[in-house]
Design a protein around this ligand. Structure first.
Ligand SMILES: NC(=O)c1ccc[n+]([C@@H]2O[C@H](COP(=O)([O-])OP(=O)(O)OC[C@H]3O[C@@H](n4cnc5c(N)ncnc54)[C@H](OP(=O)(O)O)[C@@H]3O)[C@@H](O)[C@H]2O)c1
Length: 276
């Protein structure tokens, strides 16, 4: 074994994102903001994008202390906004090593009251836009990609795309369907884009604190924890850990996977006491 190979095994080298460029959609809050911070702290240059300019500006103020970050207001469901985002990434970075499709939406209502518009909005944001973003960014991803170091697409799915969500109380028909479809789209894209040296994986988080989970955390935190074999919600660094793996040299051979980061919630049926 050569010394070079030994150095290759060191965490500082294996998991480094030094010199990489990344775009995080929905990077202005919640998990997107956490992942953007993690990417910056591990050496990547980052652009975040979300619909509201004020939110982007506020997030940028927080993120700039950690590294080279920029922000742009863009709606991932809008073709014109996506084209503008492609131009901004091209002029800022020249190419794109890591695309994190994280922007997401949810809609909860009983079936009798569940509107078509709500269903379509969730599907458009969580599924259709991920496909469109990946397609529109292909030229910039290909430019950064090599057989040695593929470009990475990381889709943020959900454990609710693996199991039927029960803790939320209010049904979220479109959300769980959109995330299940996103997991399968991830596999299809992984096979299709591998010849271009682009890997595609999904992370399926369990419950993490964010604006999206504010309400359920306030009302059902105990049930959420009880439903998880580890009896807790996720910690921010646990999202940073998985995306750092997927985006770095360590994850270069991982392709077409859906990785749950949920404390085992999606494979359990909740904690139940033994009865006679
Ligand atoms: N938190 C959890 O427990 C959890 C669990 C499983 C999966 N997830 C997934 O994680 C992702 C992030 O969610 P979060 O919990 O961090 O929620 P969040 O705090 O509500 O963040 C959602 C982000 O997406 C942006 N966004 C929404 N629609 C957009 C659009 N059409 N175009 C561009 N940006 C858009 C929002 O900003 P603007 O309002 O400015 O657009 C915001 O920055 C989602 O895909 C969600 O499904 C979260």
């Amino acid at each position: 074994m050569t010394d070079a190979a030994t150095d290759d095994f060191k965490i500082s080298n294996l998991f480094s994102l030094e010199g990489k460029t990344a775009l995080v959609t929905g990077g202005s809050s919640g998990l997107g903001l956490i992942m953007a911070k993690g990417l910056l702290l591990n050496g990547a240059r980052v652009m975040i994008a979300s619909r509201k300019k004020e939110k982007c500006d506020l997030a940028l103020e927080k993120l700039q202390q950690y590294g080279d970050c920029s922000a742009m207001a863009a709606d991932v469901t809008d073709a014109g906004d996506r084209a503008a985002l492609v131009s901004a990434v091209e002029s800022t970075f020249g190419s794109l090593c890591i695309l994190i499709n994280n922007a997401g939406a949810n809609w909860g209502a009983e079936i009798e009251d569940y509107p078509d518009t709500g269903f379509a909005k969730v599907m458009n944001t969580n599924l259709n836009a991920v496909f469109s973003m990946t397609r529109d960014f292909l030229p910039l991803l290909e430019k950064a990609a090599s057989a040695e170091d593929p470009a990475r697409v990381i889709n943020i799915g959900s454990m609710d795309g693996i199991h039927v969500p029960i803790v939320q109380r209010v049904p979220t028909f479109a959300y769980s369907a959109s995330k299940a479809a996103l997991h399968h789209l991830t596999r299809t894209l992984a096979v299709d884009l591998a010849p271009k040296n682009i890997t595609v994986n999904a992370v399926a988080p369990g419950f993490f604190e964010s604006r999206m989970t504010d309400y359920v955390f306030e009302h059902f935190k105990a049930d959420i924890e009880d439903d998880c074999p580890l009896h807790r919600v996720g910690r921010p660094e646990e999202m940073v850990g998985i995306i750092t793996y997927l985006a770095s040299r360590a994850g270069a051979y991982t392709n077409g996977t859906v990785i749950p980061v949920d404390g085992g919630t999606s494979i359990s049926k909740g904690r139940r006491p033994w009865t006679e």
